[in-house]
Every structure is written in structure tokens, then in C-alpha cells.
Design a protein around this ligand. Structure first.
Ligand SMILES: [Zn+2]
Length: 336
């Protein structure tokens, strides 16, 4: 009995003494380590499961990346639409020729893509003729050029960036109307663009070969232009444009570009296009030419001004739109 109790005592002594403490600690640490490993492994598995699940874009949580459009900081010069076949879509033939002996035919020269190059805009203004500036929204020098041009009596248009067929390889720039937009987004963007340019009388399209073929889109755009009492000039960047029937439906003052003056940036070509512009105006009584802020265009226009003044009357775009409406849609009473 005595021996047994001694043994028990010894065991008790041994267990309460130092030699067993590291073992207990080891057990605790190993348990903790296992727990940590299990938690980490669960985390990794959860992350893997979430990461490999297909992304579900939610309209509710996704912020709208398009609105509002940030200001352009660097004055990168805009590109204009690429014409896949090398030549712009031709305007349909003249419907009603000008009667002989009538007043000089009206010609509007619209300079597109204004707002990125102040010096060349000033050069156009210095010609002191009633050309029309079509200004891109969010352009770095838009506000100054606009004020200066209006002070000189030039007519101002919004040059509305619209999706081309080549999008997204070719981008129309800040404020673009895209076919993927909902009607609400498109209208909100359009209104923001209209607010950008003070004192505009009308709108024409920058690029837009894709949007211009959608009746729904063009009617959405034109319903807003109608509210703002603006005209629309179809730049005709595609032969499949439905701008005219859409404008007729909404009785929106409307005209079409007759001649692109400088899509080949070469003085000889620009001269021949200006001759075509005069000829077209003589044929139908009016014509719209669209040019771009290129030094060659400036130089050839300066040379050509005396010839213009002899044969045609250079007027703001709104006057040509009015004339075009009288000739092409005499029943329309939307024009003031
Ligand atoms: Zn343009």
C-alpha cells in the first residue's frame, strides 16, 4: 500500500512539475497551428470559388462610366471618320435645279472639329467671311474660340461625336453617342454636349457612320434638337444614313453635306473640291461644303475667296438649311 501510494505521489509530483509543461504548450501551439491552417485554407478555397465564378455585371452597382464626361486636358487633335472605300458617300442628285436669273446660289462652308487648335481657328476668322464653325464638345480651347467667333458674327454649331462603324478601333472622342447606350443615357449625353457649346444654331455629326443608320437613335437625337430649336446637317459619313427621313418625320430643319472639301489634305485636291462646291451650288441653288482646320484648307480658301465672291453668296449654314428646306421640303413649315 505504502509503495503504491508513493508511486501515485511520484506520478502526481511528476505531472505537476516542469518536465510536462513544454509538452502541454506544444499541444496547444500545434492545435492553434492546425486551426490557423484550416482557416487559411478555407479562405483560399472561398477566394478561388469567388474568383472563378462568372462575372455578373449589375446595373445597380456599376457606376456609369460615361457620364459625366471629363474635360480634355491635352489638346490632341481629333481625327475624323475614315472612309472605308476612300471616298465619302455621294449626295443624291439634285432634285430641283435653280431657275435661271435667280439670285446668286448660297454656299455654306462648315469648318468641323473646331476647338483643338486656336491658331488655325483665328486664321479662318481672319478671312472675315461668314463661314460656320462646328465645335467639338469638351475641346480644350472651345470656350475662347467660341466667344471670339461669335463676337465676329460667325455661326456656331455643335459637332456631335457619334459612333462610327470602326468603333472602338476609331473613337469619336469625349461626349460620343454610342449605340450601346440606353435612350436615357444617349439623351443625357446629348444634352450635356449641347450645354457645352454656347450660342449654337445647329448640329452636325462628327463620324457617326453607325449611329446615322439607326432610325431609333436619329429620332431620339432629333427630338432633343427640336426642343432646342436647332437644325441638323447630315455630314453623310455613310451612304446608308437615315437622317433625312428621321428629320422629315420630326419636321426638323435639315440639310446635307454636298462636298467634303479636304478629306485628302492636298492643295490641288482642295482646289478641285471647291470648284465642285461652286458647281453644285450653281446646279441646285445652294450647297454645303465641309472642311477641317488644316493649314492647306486655310491657304486654298484664302486664294479662293475672290472667286467665291464672284460666283456664289457665302452664308451661314442656317441660311442654306432654310433654302434647302424651301426647295426640298416646301410643305415643311418648321422653318422660321
Ligand atoms: Zn469631325
Amino acid at each position: 500500500m505504502a509503495k503504491k501510494s508513493t508511486k501515485v505521489k511520484r506520478r502526481t509530483k511528476r505531472s505537476s512539475k516542469g518536465p510536462d509543461l513544454p509538452l502541454q504548450l506544444l499541444k496547444i501551439f500545434s492545435s492553434l497551428a492546425v486551426l490557423v491552417v484550416v482557416v487559411l485554407a478555407a479562405g483560399v478555397v472561398a477566394k478561388w470559388l469567388i474568383g472563378t465564378a462568372p462575372e455578373q455585371p449589375s446595373a445597380a452597382v456599376q457606376p456609369d462610366k460615361r457620364l459625366p464626361v471629363p474635360e480634355v486636358k491635352s489638346p490632341r487633335l481629333p481625327v475624323y471618320e475614315v472612309f472605308p472605300k476612300g471616298t465619302p458617300a455621294a449626295k443624291p442628285p439634285t432634285r430641283l435645279p435653280q431657275l435661271p436669273g435667280a439670285r446668286p446660289p448660297l454656299v455654306a462652308i462648315v469648318i468641323d472639329d473646331i476647338g483643338y487648335d486656336r491658331r488655325i481657328a483665328e486664321r479662318f476668322m481672319a478671312m472675315d467671311v461668314p463661314m460656320t464653325f462646328s465645335m467639338l464638345p469638351y475641346a480644350p480651347f472651345g470656350r475662347e474660340i467660341n466667344e471670339q467667333a461669335r463676337a465676329q458674327g460667325l455661326e456656331i454649331m455643335l459637332h456631335l461625336p457619334m459612333e462610327p462603324n470602326e468603333y472602338p478601333a476609331v473613337k469619336p472622342g469625349p461626349g460620343a453617342l454610342l449605340s450601346e447606350m440606353s435612350p436615357d443615357e444617349l439623351i443625357t449625353q446629348l444634352r450635356a454636349n449641347l450645354d457645352q457649346i454656347k450660342g449654337i444654331k445647329g448640329v452636325n455629326n462628327h463620324m457617326g457612320s453607325k449611329i446615322s443608320t439607326s432610325s431609333d437613335r436619329m429620332r431620339q437625337i432629333f427630338s432633343i434638337l427640336k426642343q432646342h430649336d436647332l437644325y441638323y446637317i447630315d455630314s453623310r459619313t455613310t451612304a446608308e444614313t437615315v437622317a433625312r427621313p428621321s428629320a422629315e418625320l420630326l419636321q426638323l430643319p435639315f440639310a446635307e453635306r454636298d462636298i467634303f472639301i479636304d478629306h485628302i489634305d492636298d492643295p490641288a485636291f482642295i482646289r478641285s473640291q471647291l470648284k465642285r462646291l461652286i458647281h453644285q451650288a450653281q446646279q441646285q441653288g445652294y450647297a454645303v461644303g465641309i472642311a477641317h482646320p488644316h493649314p492647306n484648307t486655310c491657304q486654298v480658301l484664302e486664294e479662293f475667296l475672290p472667286r467665291f465672291k464672284e460666283s456664289v453668296s457665302l452664308v451661314p449654314a442656317s441660311m442654306v438649311v432654310r433654302q434647302a428646306m424651301l426647295v426640298e421640303s416646301p410643305q415643311a413649315n418648321a422653318i422660321k
